[in-house]
Design a protein around this ligand. Sequence first.
Ligand code: NAP
Length: 259
Amino acid sequence: MDLGIAGKRALVCASSKGLGLGCARALAAEGVDLIMNARGADALEASAEQIRADFGVTVTTVAIDVTTADGQAAMLEAAGAADILVNNAGGPPPGMWTDWDRDDFIKALDANMLTPIALIKGLVPGMMERGWGRVVNITSQAVRAPIPVLGLSNAARTGLTGYVAGTSRQVAASGVTINNLLPGLHDTDRAASLDNTVVQNEGITIDEARARRQATIPVQRYGTIEEFGAACAFLCSQNAGFIVGQNWLLDGGATNLTM
Ligand code: NAP
């Protein structure tokens, strides 16, 4: 299927690895030029170079922390008149509700709610003027069904979801769509680090921890970044113009919901 977005420009945040990289690669495969971001310059440049070699698109890199005001300003400058925005950042650490204080919540809200909102505010007005745009926010399965040890994530991402629900309907008439992708367990460094938390908490091996977590997924495996990226590219396509303010759960059936 031709997604009809060759020649567009996309800012893909937090994209040197994992789900962000999956989105960047899937968009590049459609001929989209990229502005990629991560804090670590080496991995970012390596992933960008691989994408240039594989897909022949233009890739600009911005090695900076997306959750800071300076980071957002630098990314918006590099993005210019971008047509597509994929919001992403690292997730908050796991823990116990009794341990989190105000600063922990402010950090989580900054990273996983206020950062995507700042970038939406930075780029969507230009998309509206030009009459076309796509925003995809990477949130989490935790928005549909809470993960108790990830209370900071549950809270911040649900706040973003409420913002998107209203804002997406305010901008839709101008040809700009905003939607969320909700990952369940995917095979990335983040998933490996949460596997390690299970190892430490329960004194089991990494293989046991992974097998136990995979057993909770009807598909019986973790998702891949390629599967995730393909869904992102579709949401950014011409074909997705009637999909507004939605929350797509990509979790192998793990969240036990009727709808
Ligand atoms: P990952 O494999 O750890 O990759 C994270 C990427 O984001 C890396 O490129 C990292 O590079 C970059 N990054 C992290 N913090 C950043 C920051 N402050 N500024 C700029 N770049 C940053 O993570 P992932 O599994 O792809 O997860 C992506 C998001 O989805 C996270 O918010 C995660 O909580 C959420 N999620 C993941 C899963 C899963 O199973 N994988 C499930 C539910 C939700 P640098 O470290 O060099 O900055």
